[in-house]
Write a protein that binds this ligand. Structure first.
Ligand SMILES: [Zn+2]
Length: 233
């Protein structure tokens, strides 16, 4: 009976404010959230966490030693994942990041392949960019992972130290040097001896993750896992 009432109320509020699937735009059923059941079935999961040696972990070989690297989705131009990321990053739908984090958390805990880290932290966004966008997208992905895994969230210990100039006019080496010096850890004691999960929304070249990882691994006894919401397929 209770279920019936909930169903009725859900459908009624749905008539007033219909919830839309962020991936395909169709109206969601009362028991669906963020994406519809069909899209959830169709979204391309990477399942890279099943292989220690995978295409994303290989990106960091010889750069930083990581315990595990994975991404939730593959994306390509015009696909549903790209639509989700667009709604998330550029239209401020923070709930998409939280949803993705929870989804990855449930996949990881069900796999038994990943040791659960103790603290999850997002790559800090350039302060100017965060002001423009109004939020750090990686932080919302981290919130979802923190809730889903039942682990701590840290958003203010790994920080960007100062504003960097425009990157486009610099050489590749200078860009890399610039990225390297930009991250800083305020209180290394909070991370010492911990298993950390560093996250970002999308990994492309891996240079940001590499720079943050170097700082985090300089602290004694840290072990580092990396996860992103999506990578290009
Ligand atoms: Zn859909």
């Amino acid at each position: 009976m209770l279920l019936k009432i909930n169903e009725y109320i859900g459908d009624f509020t749905g008539l007033v404010y219909p919830k839309i699937c962020y991936a395909c735009g169709k109206v969601l059923h009362y028991d669906e959230d963020i994406v519809c059941t069909i899209c959830l079935y169709e979204l391309p999961l990477t399942n890279l966490h099943n292989e220690f040696d995978n295409r994303l972990s290989r990106l960091f070989w010889g750069r930083v030693p990581l315990e595990g690297v994975t991404a939730l989705f593959y994306f390509q131009k015009g696909c549903k994942v790209q639509k989700l990321i667009h709604e998330f990053k550029y239209r401020g739908k923070r709930e998409i990041g939280i949803y993705a984090g929870k989804l990855l958390a449930s996949i990881l805990s069900g796999s038994g392949k990943w040791k659960e880290p103790e603290i999850v932290l997002p790559v800090p966004l350039h302060p100017k960019k965060e002001r423009q966008r109004g939020f750090n997208q990686g932080e919302y992905f981290a919130i979802g992972l923190s809730k889903g895994m039942g682990i701590k969230l840290s958003t203010n210990n790994l920080i960007r130290k100062f504003h960097s100039e425009s990157q486009t006019s610099k050489s590749r080496f200078m860009r890399w040097k610039n990225v390297e010096t930009v991250y800083h850890i305020k209180d290394p004691g909070k991370f010492r001896g911990k298993d950390l999960l560093l996250v970002d929304d999308v990994i492309t070249t891996g240079s940001t993750i590499e720079a943050c990882s170097q700082r985090l691994l300089e602290i004694g006894g840290t072990r580092l896992w990396v996860a992103s919401m999506a990578i290009a397929s």
